[in-house]
Design a binder for this molecule. Sequence first.
Ligand code: RI2
Length: 342
Amino acid sequence: MRREYTSCVSLRLRARRKRFETPGQSEGVARDTIDSTFDQIRSMKVRGAGRIARSAVSALKVYCESGKFDSTKGFYGGLFTAGEKLKQARPTAVSLPNAVNYVLASARRKQAAGGTLRGSVKAMQEVCDAFLTSSLRATRTIGEYGSKRIRDGDVVLTHCNSEAVTAVLTAAHEAGKRFEVIATETRPRFQGRITASVLAGRGLDVTLIPDTAVRVYMRKVDTVVVGADAIAANGAVINKIGTSQVALAAHETRARFYVAAETYKLSPTTMTGELVEIEQRSPLEVAPRAWLEANAAVKVQNPAFDVTPPEYVDLIITERGIFPPQGIILLMKDLYGVPWSD
Ligand code: RI2
């Protein structure tokens, strides 16, 4: 444990020391924004798969807006460096690399096509804006589609805090459906409290329960709706730690299990068999420093996510429609092409 704990701290320090470097003249604001966005995502001050994607793209937009670049090459070079750094902030939520890659792929195409520095900067600002707008629109569309799956009188359980899920529940509530929500507290970071307070603030009937009480309450649950940090080609869902236990309990009582996720949470590399890395976070999220030091012989593990196999998932609600987990591969091929055809 001691070694893990130390390595965690030193990793964080090393990440902090490795500052972002841009070529060109007026990078002060951009450098600060990229570095602080990286830190905020890593420390989970900014969290939620959709939010971290938008926050990274917003930081790239600030870079574009930051001023005088020496040359087109310098501008694109700084953008690539910034994007590559931001992608490293958290490893599991594929929304982050997908969003950054959307901007960088466009930058590569535009750089190859040539053009003035001014035109390049403007074009990249527009690409960032396009992502930000479509991301927010996607969440609203998921809310609309998903709300139709909530029925009057349902008891709906959710885990952690997902904007896609709160969009579904809020839209159902606004459509006049009367249902009850159970939110798990979601240790160790208690994001379930955010869900409970957001939904209660919007007038929904919500009850907060400890994660350990899920099986007790599942008997009265009709539908589970959770978000996703990544979805694999086989329809497996990578989401907040504890999701797979919720899915098991739902399977036992035959409660429906729905996942609400924007398509930029589909992981294209899983089409060729890559696994999604599960983030291990600091032991300090599990126990306070004094306790860890007093119990140095105790090993602490803190995986932030787990994998729910497709067999436990009924439907995946995206802005492109609602799919059974086995249908996700078709959507992925449509969005990302067939990886083995190159
Ligand atoms: P939206 C969160 O991860 C949760 O696992 C949540 O289900 C998922 O992102 C999707 O959230 P974390 O950042 O994008 O709390 O739907 O570790 O908001």
